[in-house]
Design a binder for this molecule. Structure first.
Ligand SMILES: Cc1cc2nc3c(=O)[nH]c(=O)nc-3n(C[C@H](O)[C@H](O)[C@H](O)COP(=O)(O)OP(=O)(O)OC[C@H]3O[C@@H](n4cnc5c(N)ncnc54)[C@H](O)[C@@H]3O)c2cc1C
Length: 549
């Protein structure tokens, strides 16, 4: 268990370390040299130095036993510093996940204690040249090595691709096909027949080592089969998706904010047409505020999901997918807008937003692409829609209406409109049998993510208002601003679900009753004042709107 105070101190020492050792100049130079700063990564993972990995290791194995909420906070902070270094440090966590969820007690003790005590770096080896999103297409094999009729080990053959820490890790968790199906193995660096290829020349996260792995008759003994039972690999990988996707969601969030936190101060100093850019509404309301709003919607979903995981609600894979999808897409858009916000300077290396934009792009790809997230979300919630005979989102909308009755400014009323519209679109898709179109299924995934985020954001505003927000929760915004953020996002969600949903239902040739667009449009009332309020909060200005709220 990590207390709020310990977490705060850990984040502070992380920031201080980065300030000294990972300055902008250093990061730019490493990025240009395409170099992973191994010594810094080791420093961050050493138990007698920063010891970041200790936060994630259970107490019984020498760590601090951090939960999902702690992991989110550390991942966001790391991503604010550098997403490549964050990937290198957190790859150990990802790499050891199959052990955490699936290993025998002896295996856990061995490997998790070694990560805690020795700062062992891990890599997670799942992807292959022909098995990316579809891990079922896995071709790496692990053949049994027999002594009489007893299995004594395995012989691994095949290759892995795009493995973070691939060239620098001390140990690797490797997914391979046994006779009884995919299984995880631990393979140590230096094993005979195991080679690491040269690092990829990548678009971004150039401070992270990404390399292919090759296995030619690599022999491991039985104790290296995670869990000791064949065929559990895909289940073990699934069991941590909620958790690991939350980590990447936090990466998107941290990197997106890192870019905006450069664009915002820049715009206060850059004078054009006689005034700072920060005073130009056409600038702030296009490039800054909408990105802040979407990032905070993603954060709300991350925080609620992390709390639920920590409360023991299970691995919450669909929620992890929504958190990842929304936060990484928002982070990517925020970094892209930050380049625009800095104009020509944004397009150069020196001002960092260009690097952040290249770096954050990976978050929409690794740990499951955005399209795979859309599919995951839609498939799960489609089943819920069917089971509840189309009532699921109408019920959620009614909960929002009840919340709005108590807290009229929290964005719950607008979220309810989005949810009713979503329920209607899903029902029209069912009647028209439209999920046979993959595009409709994936678009449903997007609309579901927007509507759910709107609901979660409103719930967190209410918790802030009632003084019930988790003490580790982010408190960058006061209640008035947070409420405005929630309303802006929920209005966007309502408009998106209603108009895009109807467009695609009709687009499939199904005549459907038009959504109540008048209500959706009426809900946009106050949008400009809310955008002004958020802009003023970001720039530390006080306004009429803020005072009135
Ligand atoms: C820098 C970097 C680091 C990485 N680190 C690791 C690591 O440490 N360990 C590891 O195991 N892997 C790692 N990966 C691999 C990463 O997880 C995969 O790249 C990712 O899952 C996508 O797989 P793919 O590249 O084969 O793309 P593909 O699966 O071929 O996808 C290509 C495109 O098609 C879309 N697509 C795929 N399937 C479908 C479908 N059924 N329907 C519709 N659209 C679809 C995708 O969304 C994507 O847009 C890393 C990748 C990179 C680039």
């Amino acid at each position: 268990m990590i207390t709020a105070k310990t977490l705060k101190l850990s984040l502070k020492s992380l920031r201080e370390f980065a300030k000294k050792r990972l300055t902008d100049e250093e990061l730019i130079a490493l990025d240009e040299r395409d170099e992973c700063p191994l010594e810094i990564v080791r420093h961050m993972c050493s138990p007698d130095k920063l010891g970041i990995q200790l936060l994630f290791i259970p107490e019984e194995f020498g760590g601090f036993g951090g939960g999902a909420f702690d992991v989110y906070c550390v991942c966001e902070e790391m991503a604010r510093i550098d997403l490549g270094v964050a990937t290198a440090v957190l790859a150990t966590f990802l790499g050891s996940d199959p052990i955490t969820v699936g290993a025998t007690p002896e295996q856990k003790k061995l490997w998790l204690s070694r990560i805690a005590d020795e700062g062992l770096l891990f890599a997670y080896g799942a992807t292959e040249p022909d098995a990316g999103s579809d891990l079922g297409a896995l071709q790496t094999t692990a053949d049994r090595v027999m002594e009489g009729d007893r299995i004594v080990g395995y012989r691994i053959n095949g290759s892995k691709q795009w493995i973070s820490n691939g060239g620098i890790a001390d140990a690797y968790t490797v997914l391979a096909n046994t006779p009884a199906g995919p299984s995880w193995f631990v393979v140590e660096r230096g094993a005979a027949g195991f080679t690491q290829g040269k690092p990829e020349n990548k678009h971004g996260i150039r401070l992270s080592n990404t390399a292919p792995l090759s296995f030619a008759d690599v022999q491991v003994d039985l104790s290296r089969l995670i869990g000791g039972v064949e065929g559990q690999g895909l289940l073990q990988a699934q069991a941590v998706f909620g958790y690991t996707r939350l980590m990447v969601a936090a990466f998107g969030l941290g990197a997106g904010w890192a870019a905006l936190d450069r664009a915002i101060p820049y715009s206060t100093k850059r004078i054009q047409a006689g005034a700072p850019l920060s005073e130009k509404q056409g600038y702030t309301h296009k490039l800054i505020v909408p990105n802040v709003v979407r990032l905070e919607a993603g954060r709300a979903y991350i925080e609620e999901t992390a709390e639920r995981i920590d409360a023991g609600e299970g691995s919450l894979n669909t929620e992890g997918a929504i958190a990842k999808y929304m936060s990484t897409e928002a982070g990517n858009a925020a970094a892209e807008a930050s380049i625009q916000a800095l104009g020509g300077y944004g397009y150069t290396h020196e001002y960092m937003v260009e690097k952040i934009s290249r770096d954050v792009r990976i978050t929409c790809i690794y740990e499951g692409t955005s399209e795979i997230m859309e599919m995951t979300i839609a498939r799960d919630r489609w089943q819920v829609h069917l089971k509840t005979r189309g009532q699921h989102y109408h019920d959620r909308a009614r909960e929002m209406e009840a919340l709005a009755a108590q807290h009229p400014n929290a964005g719950a009323r607008e979220a309810a409109i989005a949810m009713h519209a979503l329920a209607d679109v899903m029902e029209q898709a069912r009647v028209g049998r439209l999920t046979r179109f993959q595009h409709i299924l994936l678009r449903l995934g997007e609309w579901i993510a927007y509507a759910e985020c709107a609901g979660v954001l409103a719930r967190r505003v209410v918790r802030l208002a009632e003084g019930k927000l988790n003490e580790k929760a982010n408190r960058r915004f006061d209640l008035a601003t947070f409420s405005a953020i929630s309303r802006i996002f929920a209005r966007e969600a309502a408009l998106k679900v209603s108009t895009e949903g109807h467009r695609w239902i009709e687009g499939c040739g199904v005549e459907a009753p038009a959504p109540d667009l008048a209500a959706v449009h009426r809900a946009q009332a106050g949008l400009m004042a809310d955008m002004d309020l958020v802009a003023d909060a970001l720039y530390g200005r006080s306004t009429k709107a803020a005072r009135a709220a």
